[in-house]
Design a protein around this ligand. Structure first.
Ligand SMILES: Cc1cc2nc3c(=O)[nH]c(=O)nc-3n(C[C@H](O)[C@H](O)[C@H](O)COP(=O)(O)OP(=O)(O)OC[C@H]3O[C@@H](n4cnc5c(N)ncnc54)[C@H](O)[C@@H]3O)c2cc1C
Length: 315
């Protein structure tokens, strides 16, 4: 029998939880003797499959289709795929999309759904550990079959390797049962990449002066394939949403590259980014404390440097 993990992608990017779910599946299968398969549905499936191939995962099933998530399509595809490979456990990301299709999938397969898993075991039937009312709780799953959503960040990502079969899977989609379609999507510049998944974070501070010039940062983030974050003041002033704040009262990140633009480097900010591999600071004040933690510093007006950097990167 098999454990089927389901990849998560959005806006052309594969989310790390896809490869964390594979690790969860491989750990479970190491105990149960099951084989592990992965499904990737819609969008750039071939490209995603390259990154999902890894030691221990037997097959990545690519399902051609629209990039946009569709509840009814995912439910039909995953039901048919799970049945065709004799899956007994489906591991979906505990994400907005995973939580969307997991209950419907469990109803189709007639298995229980267990959300938000942080640990799995198969030594004595299937058990799933999750938080219930603030306490770690281990549940035994009757019959050993379940759709489980896995909490992001709980398992390490798998290391990409090329020894996994990539096989297209064609589902028999009942169009009459596809009751919703995505008609438009807000071009939310921040919807593209979760902070914790970003290899490059472009963080903006009070030095940007106002909301009107934020596009400069979004353009730079696009050019480097990163995402935009902020120090406290831009969030406090409502220029960017609260989930983008880095620091003591915000998120902690450790990307490959952290670009601090117009940020002074207060202790409360450094608390959220000092583990970054490489810090690049752009600030007009040569005495700004951010330069004490920066690997590379540019003492200049950000309004000169940022557009020039973006243009150079785009070339
Ligand atoms: C309890 C508590 C919790 C906090 N939590 C957080 C937190 O989680 N995250 C956080 O970031 N802060 C937090 N703060 C706030 C923190 O103390 C600082 O006030 C804040 O980090 C400063 O943000 P900043 O660097 O963007 O702004 P400033 O300190 O005002 O720095 C702006 C910088 O921009 C530079 N600059 C200006 N114009 C230009 C230009 N044209 N080109 C280039 N550079 C320019 C200036 O030289 C300056 O260094 C917290 C504070 C408290 C008391």
């Amino acid at each position: 029998m098999t454990v089927l993990t389901v990849a998560e992608h959005r806006h052309g990017r594969l989310w790390d939880v896809s490869r964390e779910a594979q690790t969860a599946g491989l750990e479970l299968a190491a105990v149960t003797g099951d084989t592990v398969h992965t499904a990737v549905v819609g969008g750039a499936v071939e490209r995603f499959a390259d990154r999902l191939g890894c030691a221990g995962v037997e097959t990545v099933h690519t399902v051609a289709g629209d990039e946009a998530f569709n509840h009814d399509v995912y439910t039909q595809v995953l039901t048919q795929l799970a049945e065709s490979i004799d899956a007994r456990v489906v591991l979906a990301p505990h994400s907005v999309t995973g939580l969307n299709y997991a209950p419907a999938l469990s109803a189709r397969l007639d298995w229980p759904v267990v959300p938000d898993a942080v640990a799995l075991d198969g030594a004595d039937g299937l058990t799933v550990t999750r938080e219930v009312d603030g306490a770690w709780t281990t549940l035994a799953v009757d019959g050993g079959r379940a759709v489980v959503t896995v909490r992001p960040g709980e398992w390490p990502v798998t290391e990409a390797a090329g020894d996994t079969d990539v096989i297209p899977f064609t589902a028999d989609i009942d169009d009459a049962a596809v009751r919703s379609t995505v008609t438009s999507e807000a071009a939310g510049a921040l919807a593209d990449l979760a902070l914790e998944d970003a290899d490059v974070v472009v963080a903006v501070g009070r030095g940007i002066g106002g909301e009107a010039d934020l596009d400069l940062l979004f353009d730079l983030a696009d050019a480097v394939g990163g995402t935009v974050a902020a120090s406290g003041p831009p969030v406090k002033r409502g220029w960017l949403p609260a989930d983008r704040q880095i620091g003591q009262s915000g998120a902690t990140v450790a990307p490959d590259v952290y670009l601090a633009v117009g940020i002074s480097g207060a202790a409360q900010h450094l608390a959220g980014m000092r583990e970054s591999d490489t810090v690049v600071a752009i600030n007009s004040d040569p005495t700004a404390p951010i330069f004490d933690v920066a690997d590379y510093g540019v003492v200049a007006d950000l309004f000169d440097v940022v557009p020039a950097l973006t243009a150079a990167l785009e070339e």
